[in-house]
Design a protein around this ligand. Structure first.
Ligand SMILES: NC(=O)c1ccc[n+]([C@@H]2O[C@H](COP(=O)([O-])OP(=O)(O)OC[C@H]3O[C@@H](n4cnc5c(N)ncnc54)[C@H](O)[C@@H]3O)[C@@H](O)[C@H]2O)c1
Length: 495
């Protein structure tokens, strides 16, 4: 199996299994999912449209063609032929053991299985499996398609390479695997979160605060810092120039004060549960689950992008995933000399028009035409060998002039593609022409003519195109020199 599997089997398609399905599918992996609930396909569909919407905002890079989702009638059929299996069934040990036994008996012996369990030890889950050495816990966080953390924990019988192989799969789909070196209940994150959760429940039970006030106590303060610094780095900073030692000296003694309830758990009486539910409904203020999910996803995307701009925390995971997308995008794989020069214009880019590109006139707003043309230019550059390695070495092309002709209207759901022609080039310049058409229809919807300058990004100035890319540009330009010149090329705006 290469790092990114072709097909995975998923057992359970609820909040977490549905999130796994979305993450795998949007990363180009086919998914075979078993869930006995007849309503599962409807829930999956909703989860997937939310995830597609979030990914369109998350990255401007083209995603691989979406994987294919099929529903398997049994656990065995979900696992047979899959290269990796993720179990996300209800948190009941006997049910998980039975499911893993049935699926593992049908899978190839080398296939890695991971369980999404929030707290069950992998040694327990291995009990009835065929080849238990290939099971680990891969504990994700909701929404799985956006949050990168996955805690990886092996059991008594887990082979060391099971953990490393699972980690490679998770990295390939944009996640941050954190290996939990000791098998403990609750792993790392849920132990921390449970301590906070217990305290939160006590505060509400004792009428110290409402659920909304407890949430405010997190989201206006510590919650903002946690994404950047976690807990230990935060407290080091709180120690000022004296660092952690000063912090411990100043605040350490307070740990002995009876502020918290520590391991005590409030009794979950019907009154407490009713109070939590009532206050939680008031907090949601009539917003539906899909509305809250959209708000959560939009904010998470914005946070991840802000962190990426600083190279901090989960932002670095996003950047690594994008570098991977760039390296595997169409055109990036053949970055040697072009053996067979293209005999016609290139068709390197296509995409579906999303609903949020539509303006008050009911069709695609004009600025999005530049989005399409810019993405088509990126696809051409990758084809010419401007890949992650070339960019890292400082070489790149920047667009310096663009002329767009808007010739037709586009609507949500239209699939368009770009037909691309290189009109000319020299050491520093590349003259490009795209025609945007609906797929299956050659009638132009827009054309874009662009002049690009080759730059040395580190020096911030124009520079000559480098070896490797130069020969590819020359090969394409030579082949395109024999094509008819597009009628709109060289147009200027005038009455
Ligand atoms: N919800 C979270 O925030 C969260 C976070 C991390 C991990 N987890 C873990 O993920 C797992 C799933 O939790 P969830 O929140 O998605 O629960 P859920 O109730 O949303 O989903 C469980 C799904 O499993 C299906 N199912 C029931 N019996 C099954 C069977 N025999 N075989 C296959 N599928 C079956 C159900 O129809 C349902 O769709 C649990 O182990 C949980 O601890 C949950």
């Amino acid at each position: 199996m290469s790092e990114r599997p072709v097909t995975v089997g998923l057992l359970g398609g609820g909040v977490i299994g549905g999130g796994w399905a979305a993450r795998f599918l949007l990363n180009g992996v086919d998914v075979r999912l078993y869930d006995p609930d007849p309503d599962a396909p409807r829930r999956l569909d909703r989860m997937l449209s939310g995830a597609r919407r979030a990914y369109r905002k998350l990255t401007i890079l083209p995603l691989p063609p979406e994987g294919v989702l099929t529903f398997a009638p049994s656990p065995a059929e979900a696992a047979a032929g899959a290269e990796f299996v993720q179990e996300s069934a209800p948190e009941r040990v006997e049910l998980k053991q039975e499911l893993l036994a049935a699926a593992s008996a049908a899978a190839d012996p080398g296939v890695v299985f991971c369980s999404s369990t929030s707290g069950l030890r992998p040694s327990l889950l291995q009990a009835r499996m065929a080849h238990p050495d290939r099971l680990a816990v891969g504990h994700p966080f909701n929404p799985v398609y956006l949050l990168p953390l996955v805690e990886l924990c092996g059991g008594e019988r887990t082979a060391p390479d099971t953990v490393s192989r699972a980690a490679a799969v998770y990295r390939a789909i944009g996640m941050h695997p954190l290996v939990v070196r000791n098998e403990i209940d609750g792993f790392l994150a849920d132990r921390l979160l449970e301590a906070l959760w217990r305290e939160a429940l006590w505060l509400v039970r004792d009428d110290v605060a409402t659920v909304d006030e407890v949430d405010d106590a997190i989201r206006y303060g510590a919650g903002l810092r946690w994404a950047i610094m976690g807990t230990f780095l935060t407290y080091r900073m709180a120690g000022g120039e004296g660092g952690m030692e000063h912090f411990m000296e100043q605040f350490g003694p307070a740990l002995a004060l009876p502020w918290t309830k520590l391991a005590e758990v409030p009794e979950l009486t019907p009154e407490l549960v009713e109070k939590l539910a009532r206050q939680s409904d008031a907090q949601a203020a009539g917003r539906s689950v899909p509305e809250l999910e959209r708000e959560r996803d939009d904010c998470l995307v914005a946070v991840l992008q802000a962190l990426r701009s600083r190279g901090a925390g989960a932002g670095e995971t996003l950047a690594t995933w994008e570098r991977r997308l760039l390296a595997t995008a169409p055109g990036a794989d053949g970055a040697g000399p072009i053996d067979v020069a293209p005999t016609g214009p290139l068709r390197l880019f296509s995409r579906e028009i999303p609903a949020d590109w539509i303006d008050y006139n009911g069709h695609v707003t004009e600025a999005r035409y530049l989005d399409l043309l810019g993405d088509a230019t990126d696809a051409l550059l990758r084809y010419l060998g401007v890949d992650a390695g070339y960019l890292e070495a400082g070489g790149s092309y920047y667009t310096v002039e663009t002329h767009i002709s808007h010739l037709g209207q586009l609507y949500a759901g239209d699939r368009v593609e770009a037909i691309t022609q290189v009109l000319g080039w020299d050491d520093r310049r590349l003259h490009v022409y795209h025609v945007i058409v609906r797929q299956g229809d050659e009638e132009p919807v827009a054309t874009g003519e662009h002049m690009l300058i080759h730059v040395d990004a580190a020096e911030g100035r124009a520079s000559a195109v480098r070896d490797g890319v130069r020969s590819r540009v020359a090969a394409v330009a030579d082949a395109h020199a024999t094509l008819p010149r597009p009628v709109r090329a060289g147009r200027r705006i005038a009455l």
